[in-house]
Design a protein around this ligand. Structure first.
Ligand SMILES: NC(=O)c1ccc[n+]([C@@H]2O[C@H](COP(=O)([O-])OP(=O)(O)OC[C@H]3O[C@@H](n4cnc5c(N)ncnc54)[C@H](O)[C@@H]3O)[C@@H](O)[C@H]2O)c1
Length: 262
């Protein structure tokens, strides 16, 4: 078989699952990596008719990552795309963020993409190259309260993306990042209070959360031949949140409602 192979981390649910499903729908064979064995087993059962392999793996653990990628290669024989999607969020004031919170967030959100990319690149090179997409966040683009660990991990991931793009580019491996705005998932349910939800809607020009499928579309594009000259970029998929700058809701309302003069 020569169909392309994608590895998606954190694929048991949420954005990672939508990315895995998008790859399956476009003819890739897909390895789903996740450390949540129970949810991964349920997902694997739901996708059992498809060309997929579920591998339990904690992306922050170098031994587990190496073993997981070896399993993927033994099963599928090649790797063409890697999506470093597994992530964890801790939202706490800076002074309440323990060193353990900080270390756990960095271990998954930053060490994970470093380790998984390092494990996959030699395999990609054997078939002439590939594409890596790191799932960052608008929290790595714009600072906010409560995200000292999460926001810093995602900003670092965006720079890791550029380092990897520069180093692997001339070997035929493109590395880009997608920076989602708020997306309706279990993670968002855990860390977004009702107040935060209302404020997000006010701050985002499209006035809504994104869907996992909208993030998956951007990832699929970056891994496709249509993006063959795109390398080292951060693509915000955020309804215009990053672009808004002084995007005060009252200023936008004034444009939306002609009866309000500015
Ligand atoms: N949901 C949002 O609003 C949002 C916004 C911006 C960025 N993101 C990013 O998108 C990615 C996916 O987020 P989501 O909302 O789907 O989250 P989610 O919590 O619903 O899913 C994350 C998945 O990653 C897995 N995971 C976590 N740590 C892992 C580890 N160490 N090893 C292996 N698997 C691990 C979890 O088990 C889970 O299945 C994350 O990187 C997140 O930071 C999410």
């Amino acid at each position: 078989m020569t169909e392309k192979v994608a590895v998606v981390t954190g694929a048991a649910r949420g954005i990672g699952l939508a990315i895995a499903q998008k790859f399956l729908a476009t003819g890739y064979r897909v390895a789903l990596l996740d450390y949540d064995a129970e949810t991964l087993a349920q997902t694997a059962e739901a996708l059992r008719e498809q060309a997929m392999l579920a591998v339990e793996c904690d992306v922050s653990n170098p031994t587990q990552v190496q073993a997981a990628i070896e399993r993927v290669v033994a099963h599928f024989g090649r790797i063409d795309a890697l999506v470093n999607n597994a992530g964890v969020a801790v939202f706490k004031p800076a002074l309440e963020t323990t060193f353990e919170d900080w270390s756990n967030v960095m271990a998954t959100n930053l060490n994970g993409p470093f380790l998984c990319t390092q494990a996959c690149v030699p395999v990609m090179l054997k078939s002439g190259g590939g594409s890596v997409v790191n799932i960052a966040s608008i929290s790595g683009v714009r600072a906010s309260t409560l995200r000292i660990a999460y926001g810093t991990s995602k900003a670092a991931l965006m720079h890791l993306t550029k380092q990897q793009a520069v180093e692997y580019g001339n070997a035929g491996i493109r590395v880009n990042a997608v920076a989602p705005g708020p997306v309706e998932t279990a993670m968002a349910a855990q860390v977004h209070s009702a107040d935060i939800r209302t404020s997000y809607r006010d701050a985002i020009p499209l006035a809504r959360y994104g869907t996992p499928e909208e993030i998956a579309e951007a990832v699929a594009f970056l891994c496709s031949a249509a993006a063959s000259f795109i390398n080292g970029q951060i693509l915000a998929v955020d309804g215009g949140f990053d672009a808004a700058g002084v995007g005060l809701p009252s200023l936008r309302d004034a444009v939306a409602d002609p009866s309000i003069s500015v």
